[in-house]
Write a protein that binds this ligand. Structure first.
Ligand code: PMP
Length: 437
């Protein structure tokens, strides 16, 4: 039977999706258009739900790409943001402001050891650009190692570190090396993390002068298709990089703020302490803010230089970020990500017996991926089928993301307030669309 949402119409009425689509020629003139053949016009959000111009409700299982951590327009975040907006919208790093200092202090408290120096940026890209620059300055070295299939942003150094040609455009940087992807599903060494780590040592031995500036990785590759790195990989790489004099950079843009459920930060599940951590997305529940966190000793390299960002650490985004930290704690969202995420993953995994198209179900907490294949043995990516499935799921009221190099991975990254009932509905809808293929 077809699953149905209990629709609560929103009072809002606005221009229709087709009207907006016609006027879209002045906006986003790139290949990255709306996901859907029948595009969706979103006008309102409440926690894990979104509403179109007709008041139709959608379950948001993508969360603006793992960004809406607390829920759309979470009242506490809205209140903190609006209050700060009324008080003082803009100031710069040349002056002190309590909103920025309060947030930096609260954020630093979430990190172990000496990781107590915070720089604010406007995005994940800028956080990673800064992290790579700091590593190069600190080590007086140029070589960076990142992992194939990783995504780190869309400016020069970050595109260099990104290792998927669909996201690299013409940016290829010297001194950037892409190591084998420790992907348990498709990688050459299966789940043997240490074997993949040997490739990092090989790169240092055969591709550099023997020293590197650093290594950057996501602990779970998000854009790349929710790939959990093979167990044992990160600790081994951490010690290899340290021996080569480099800094270990954890890109926590998707994996941070409790999203993985088991830990507040993704790296914590691997028993390592990075030298630099980069943050964005979930940090502001949608407010444009990112951050670099490192030790005061490493941060010293910036104090002798004029590093400057006009909007970085603006009071309004800082107030939003600070409210996010309070909400995650107050509403136990990390624990909810664990409980509901584990439940959802189990339900999705049980669909594998029924649907040959599901090749793999993976991820942790509220960072989950469902890889679609022509058949489970040969693992040929089912990319066209995926577009069909996510369109049908949207028509039935569920929004999911797409990802993976072959565009065949359904990404499930909802706001962390997602409930078991939401999970059941998502699974029913996915099941139904796959039955109707
Ligand atoms: N790192 C990771 C892991 C990401 O997923 C992204 C965004 N998808 C970025 C960096 C870049 O962040 P932004 O889009 O905010 O520049």
């Amino acid at each position: 039977e077809m699953p149905h949402f209990n629709h609560t119409p929103s009072p809002y009425r606005g221009p229709s999706a087709s009207d907006l689509f016609k006027r879209r020629k002045h906006y986003l003139p790139t290949s990255v258009g709306p996901y859907y053949t029948n595009p969706l016009n979103l006008v309102e959000g409440k926690m894990q739900y979104l509403y179109d111009e007709n008041g139709r409700r959608y379950l948001d299982a993508f969360g603006g790409i793992a960004t809406v951590s607390c829920g759309h327009c979470h009242p506490d975040v809205v209140e903190a943001t609006v209050n700060q907006m009324r008080l003082l919208q803009h100031t710069i790093v040349l002056y002190l402001n309590h909103a920025v200092i309060d947030f930096a202090e609260a954020l630093a408290a979430k990190f172990p050891g000496d990781l107590k120096a915070v720089f604010f940026t406007n995005s994940g890209t800028e956080a990673n650009e800064l992290a790579l620059m700091i590593a190069r300055l600190y080590t007086s070295c140029h070589d960076i190692i990142s992992i194939r299939n990783g995504y780190h942003g869309n400016a020069t150094s970050t595109m260099g570190a990104t290792a998927q040609n669909i996201h690299k455009f013409n940016v290829v940087q010297s001194g950037v090396h892409h190591a084998l992807n420790p992907d348990p599903y498709r990688g050459v060494f299966g789940s043997d993390g240490v074997k993949y780590a040997n490739d990092v040592q090989d790169i240092i031995d055969y591709g550099t002068c023997g020293r590197v500036a650093g290594f950057i990785a996501e602990s779970i590759q998000g854009v790349g298709g929710v790939i959990e790195l093979a167990p044992g990989y990160l600790p081994e790489v951490h010690s290899i990089i340290k021996k080569a004099g480099g800094l270990f950079i954890a890109d926590e843009v998707q994996t941070g703020f409790g999203r993985t459920g088991s830990h507040f930060w993704g790296f914590e599940a691997h028993g390592i302490v990075p030298d630099i951590i980069t943050l964005a997305k979930g940090i502001g529940n949608g407010a444009p803010i990112g951050a670099v966190v490192t030790t005061p000793q490493i941060a010293e390299v910036l104090s002798r230089r004029t590093y400057f960002s006009t909007f970085g650490g603006n009071p309004v985004c800082s107030a939003a970020g600070h409210a996010v930290l309070r909400v995650i704690e107050k509403e136990k969202l990390e624990q909810n990500a664990f409980v509901v995420g584990s439940y959802l993953k189990e339900c999705l995994s049980s669909l594998m017996d029924k649907h040959e198209i599901i090749g793999d179900v993976r991820g942790k907490g509220m960072l989950l991926g469902v890889e679609l294949v022509k058949d489970q043995k040969l693992k040929v990516p089912a990319s066209a089928e995926m577009l069909h499935i996510i369109e049908k799921m949207k028509d039935m009221g569920v929004l999911v993301g797409k990802g993976g190099f072959h565009g065949n991975v359904i990404r499930i990254t909802p706001p962390l307030c997602f409930t078991k009932e939401d999970a059941d509905f998502l699974v029913d809808v996915m099941d139904y669309t796959m039955l109707k293929m």
